[in-house]
Design a protein around this ligand. Structure first.
Ligand code: F6R
Length: 245
């Protein structure tokens, strides 16, 4: 595991974008795993700039998103479909058929999750999976639990995650969906390389637990220490507790 500690969010975004761009340059038909949330927004903006400057080309890139809320229409402004279109897909040249995001409106959840996982398997392996870190240590929507989940599945969101995400919903927590579809911890661990982005002082405590605490499903991201190619980029605020004592 490599840990880069950078000065601030801007540097984090640039560093993350340069690693993603490097992946695309090295393998133009890369399969990327995308995350949503506040943390990767700056990285997506940097990638769009590089694309506009002609430095990278997404024509042959394929992607799988980590997760999607259940019950939100694709056009709902808090769905992850909407997020990805707004921040990335509408601004680059990825082919629509190469973009996969779970369908949170499915009426056959079992089939949706199984097919999503099979589609990933058919691509053999995601080359680079981008992750943010939840305040409770979740990755994707794999919440603290007594076991590590294996593959794409439907989860009930914890109260703390719904509270954290209520800031994005006009009507507050009552509007935050109670369930989501997420890649499993096993799905994430099967990716070739993982890029974990962590920003801000509110993530300092959990980042310390992830990197230095016990590996436990109560802190889902702690399992990343068993993957052999993980890059963590944290800004100084997020890394503040790592070097105490
Ligand atoms: C988003 C996702 C979540 C977020 C996490 C951090 O696709 O899977 O795990 O990465 O909740 O969110 P932010 O970046 O908003 O703090």
């Amino acid at each position: 595991m490599y840990l880069y500690v950078v000065d601030d969010y801007k540097e984090l975004s640039k560093k993350a974008a340069s690693l993603v761009a490097g992946q695309i340059l090295a393998k133009p038909d890369s399969i990327l795993g995308f995350a949503t949330g506040s943390t990767p927004e700056g990285m997506y903006a940097e990638l769009v700039k590089m694309y506009e400057a002609g430095e990278i080309n997404f024509k042959n890139v394929e992607s799988f998103n980590l997760d999607e809320y259940c019950g939100l229409d694709k056009n709902h402004n808090q769905s992850y479909h909407y997020f990805m279109n707004k921040h990335l897909f509408s601004k680059i040249n990825m082919l629509p058929n190469n973009i996969r995001i779970p369908n949170g409106l499915t009426d056959n959840m079992f089939d949706e999750c199984l097919t999503y996982e099979e589609n990933i398997d058919m691509c053999l392996q995601i080359d680079l999976q981008i992750l943010g870190l939840g305040h409770n240590g979740h990755i994707g929507f794999n919440e603290p639990s007594d076991h590590f989940s294996y593959q794409t599945h439907c989860v009930e969101l914890s109260q703390s995650t719904r509270e954290a995400n209520a800031r994005f919903f006009e009507g507050g927590i009552d509007e935050v969906p109670t369930h989501a579809i997420t890649m499993g911890i096993g799905t994430i661990l099967r990716t070739k390389r993982i890029l974990l982005l962590v920003s801000g002082s509110s993530k300092a405590k959990i980042l310390k637990k992830v990197l230095k605490g016990t590996v436990t499903p109560q802190v889902p991201a702690s399992i990343l220490r068993f993957h052999d190619d993980v890059i963590v980029i944290a800004d100084k605020e997020a890394a503040a507790e790592l070097y105490e004592n």
